[in-house]
Ligand binder design. Structure first.
Ligand SMILES: [Fe+2]
Ligand SMILES: [Fe+2]
Length: 343
């Protein structure tokens, strides 16, 4: 009797699993992974995976129809963007989960074209920032950081020479790494130690995102060639791992190196601007993404874009030297207010 009971329990465990199932289904636009609810194997008869999927799928479809109908009603009331396919009577619902982008417009009423950033994430760069500020290396660590960055500049100068567009695009692929590594490690530390980060996770991740937007802008201006893409792949693999180890060993040194890298970025963008001013580089119209991200005038040119990017780099310089100074004083970053929204 006991053996029979044990076998029945085992069969149900194997068939029902008692755990969540992951089922792939195709939505209108992409493949989505759907997590089904946990099965209550003690209450339900054992079922095979196929039977479970069929049953779950029919529930999903019923639920989808109900949701779509509800969304259609809601949309009629609110003027949303659920549409009916012409003549088919089917609804084009962007997501089974009801995740639909609300109607977002610019200040002039035109629709917002970007999914990668929203109007409330845009800003006007403070171009009045002092571009000449420099952290004079005093300690051995500072001098090491300074010399390392100067050394790294040599192969960069040889490889790119005065091709500033290409140079900026390639360097932005590296520049967006330190903020992400620092933010990630502080995030993990916060979880491990059950403590706040003082806003530094957000500040560093914002910096990474800002750098990535520099890259998205530069890609509109310069199309990378296949060997440049290959170079990015190799450099990212090496740089990410080196910086990760460095940040774990000494965040003080890591932030100092980034501070000096940002000083070099200011220098490079100043040279870029000089070439635009002298006519060596054509002052073409600014890409649309840059006009929206930095709230530039509609007739903005390349020179305006490079000016705001350079101002961003100066802010990153300040943030990273500041972070290094805090650590140099033997304090945790969270003990000083994080420069959130410092543009
Ligand atoms: Fe940048
Ligand atoms: Fe930067």
């Amino acid at each position: 009797m006991n053996q029979l009971l044990a076998r029945a329990v085992m069969r149900r465990l194997i068939a029902g699993g008692g755990a969540s199932r992951y089922v792939s289904s195709l939505s209108a636009s992409s493949t989505v992974v759907v997590k089904a609810p946990a099965l209550r194997w003690l209450d339900e008869p054992a079922m095979t995976m196929t039977a479970f999927c069929c049953r779950w799928e029919s529930r999903r479809m019923m639920s989808s129809t109900t949701t779509a109908a509800a969304e259609k009603d809601k949309d009629k009331k609110q003027g949303g963007d659920v549409k009916e396919k012409e003549g088919s009577g089917e609804l084009e619902v962007s997501s089974y989960w009801g995740i639909m982008r609300p109607q977002i417009t610019r200040e002039d009423g035109s629709s917002w074209p970007w999914n990668c950033f929203m109007p409330w994430e845009t800003y006007r760069a403070d171009v009045s920032i002092d571009l000449t500020k420099h952290h004079v290396p005093k300690t051995f660590m500072d001098k090491f950081a300074f010399r390392t960055v100067k050394l790294l500049r040599i192969p960069t100068d040889i490889f790119f020479q005065r091709r500033y567009g290409c140079r900026a695009m390639m360097l932005e692929t590296v520049a967006a790494v330190p903020g992400m590594v620092g933010g990630m490690l502080l995030h993990l530390r916060s979880l491990r130690k059950f403590e706040h980060s003082g806003g530094w996770i957000k500040a560093l991740l914002d910096e990474a995102e800002n750098e990535r937007m520099h890259l998205m802008t530069m890609v509109e201006l310069v199309k990378p060639k296949w060997y440049e893409r290959l170079l990015v792949l190799v450099v990212q693999g090496v740089f990410f791992n080196c910086f990760f180890v460095l940040y774990m060993c000494s965040s003080k040194l890591a932030h100092r190196i980034v501070g000096y890298l940002e000083e070099e970025a200011i220098h490079s963008y100043t040279e870029f601007l000089n070439d635009i001013n002298s006519g060596k580089i054509e002052n073409i119209p600014a890409p649309a993404i840059a006009i929206d991200y930095w709230r530039l005038p509609k007739d903005a040119r390349l020179k305006d874009v490079i000016t705001v990017i350079r101002a961003d780099e100066a802010h990153h310089r300040d943030v990273n030297h500041f972070a290094s100074d805090i650590r140099f004083q033997g304090k945790e970053l969270k003990e000083a207010s994080a420069p959130i929204g410092y543009h």
